[in-house]
Unconditional design. Structure first.
Lengths: 324, 324
């Protein structure tokens, strides 16, 4: 049976968003809530509540299923959560917990993989069979498409584009590693650079955005200051773009993608991070540099939610033996 | 028609090897020659001569085709050579030149891709659907398998595992980049480390291997000295293993491979480079570290030749509509 809707859920460290989505990608109804901090069951409760809200009034036979994106490494076949930095979900059977209370099929996936899925189905990567997505937000994540399919690796843990080593003696990464892309481009790293600049009496506008309090400076303050012409802020973000581009040289040389899509809150707020990265790739990558386009994402905050819905549609259709 | 043999050719910067190979991977007859330095046509002549030698006496209907591995980035669909550091082959239509004089189908591929293909079909990676191969030799190359197929990217230029940035302010790479894996693990880089150690009066055995001449020290002298217990030589190679492992953290996090195979002359001569790399991955990678085995290659110098033959068999079978 050809269903009309899927529910996409995007669980982040700060907020959870859910939407009722049509096959063509229109979000008919959506809602969001702050991510509860009271443990895994509170998160599951919040997810269920949002799903019920956005699907209220729609007959259950009309809904293909629920896709849930999590900021976690997920064994896709087993649907188990293997690693999760920001939420206490590792080892929790979120799928079973949700399915015990909602009569729909639930599929979990990594949030970066789903952002890639969303951009592939409905956004900047439509029709790109081989592409990489990188999401610049609190963490740095991403996802890969290979031969027109999401590629998650042997057990579904792949796509962690933010955790390539780009400087062996670089700063620590929240994941426990050293000198990863996220060590330079995560929100915390950009905030530290902003604080350093302000403490050294550069970046007056950065300090102003933060109400004059060095320790209150966040990545967003750096971005805002840069938009207002602050040179120190712009230098921080240009350097971030350079680091990103040099890291992506490896992706271009190893995977020869047609397209690299840069999304996430920071990626979308700073088009020149994307431009600087593209320039670094053009300068350093091997012959694949001539093939690759580096472009901003199109779906903004909805990429993960839309990708989760697209996944739910596809899982439904493959269960039913339908083909796209 | 089910043919019995394929000819595999492995063109390197130093020597060209060719072999007549049975379907099960036995090399029936092989031969090699030094790579001519007199331009592209001399290389093509040498390839043709070797192919004729190893296939002499076999009826042409028995031969599935010729596979040729080149140290070059190749547009696989167009069979065009896009980039070649060590030989003047970029833009030369090697396939057409060989086919104009030999009545067999010819297929070109990157040498690292073919080493991966060889190990997949006949060696250390048998049955591994998702794996990465890295070859440590004069250059550092490699190849990927994804879902049980060689993965070359959107235009066939992928698999250049040696050209990921691992240290943004690192030493120059022969490809023109900076701080790539090859900047640390290529033969030239290891030789420089050996020369530095000897010049600083460490690595007495390294110097001895080179006949007392600092400037004559090569990567092989470092390896030999290490095998004889020289501490400075061993430290150089252990550090190379650490750099390799930290670079491969990115491969593990992005691709979640089941297996990483380390080959090439240097890789096979130094099992502890492989061990040190495996340890670095175990220390730093995300959850995929529990899935991945890092092992030495099994086919030695024959990996590329055998992979070239395997490719020729597969191309023949797919032309004839046969399935493996």
């Amino acid at each position: 049976m050809r269903t009309s809707y899927a529910v996409g859920v995007d669980v982040g460290g700060t907020r959870i968003a859910a939407g009722l989505v049509e096959r063509k990608g229109r979000i008919v109804k959506d809602n969001k809530t702050l991510t509860p901090k009271a443990g895994p069951f509170a998160v599951v409760d919040a997810v269920i509540e949002l799903v019920e809200e956005v699907s209220a009034g729609v007959h259950s036979s009309e809904i293909a299923g629920i896709g849930i994106g999590l900021p976690a490494q997920i064994d896709f076949l087993r649907q188990s959560i293997e690693f999760c930095t920001n939420l206490p979900l590792a080892g929790v059977d979120v799928r079973a917990l949700v399915m015990s209370r909602i009569r729909h099929q639930v599929t979990l996936d990594n949030d970066g993989n789903l952002a890639a899925f969303g951009e592939y189905r409905y956004g900047a990567a439509k029709g790109a069979r081989d592409f990489a997505m990188i999401t610049l937000g609190t963490g740095v994540g991403g996802g890969l498409f290979v031969n027109g399919e999401p590629y998650r690796g042997s057990r579904g843990l792949g796509g962690e584009v933010g955790h390539m080593v780009v400087q062996m003696d670089g700063p620590p990464c929240p994941c426990g590693g050293t000198g990863h892309i996220e060590s330079y481009l995560g929100r915390a790293a950009l905030a530290v650079e902003g604080q350093k600049a302000a403490a050294a009496h550069r970046g007056r506008q950065i300090l102003e955005e933060a109400g004059g309090e060095v320790s209150a400076i966040t990545a967003e303050h750096v971005v805002l200051a840069s938009h207002k012409g602050d040179e120190a802020a712009t230098a921080i973000l240009m350097n971030a773009g350079l680091v990103l581009g040099r890291a992506l040289v490896g992706i271009v040389n190893v995977l020869n993608p047609k397209l690299i899509v840069v999304g996430g809150g920071i990626g979308e707020a700073c088009p020149f991070i994307v431009e600087r990265a593209a320039q670094a790739i053009a300068e350093e990558a091997l012959a694949g540099r001539r093939d690759v386009q580096v472009i901003p994402a199109e779906l903004g905050n909805d990429a993960g939610l839309l990708g989760a819905a697209a996944l739910a549609f596809d899982e439904h259709d493959s269960r039913e033996g339908l083909h796209r």
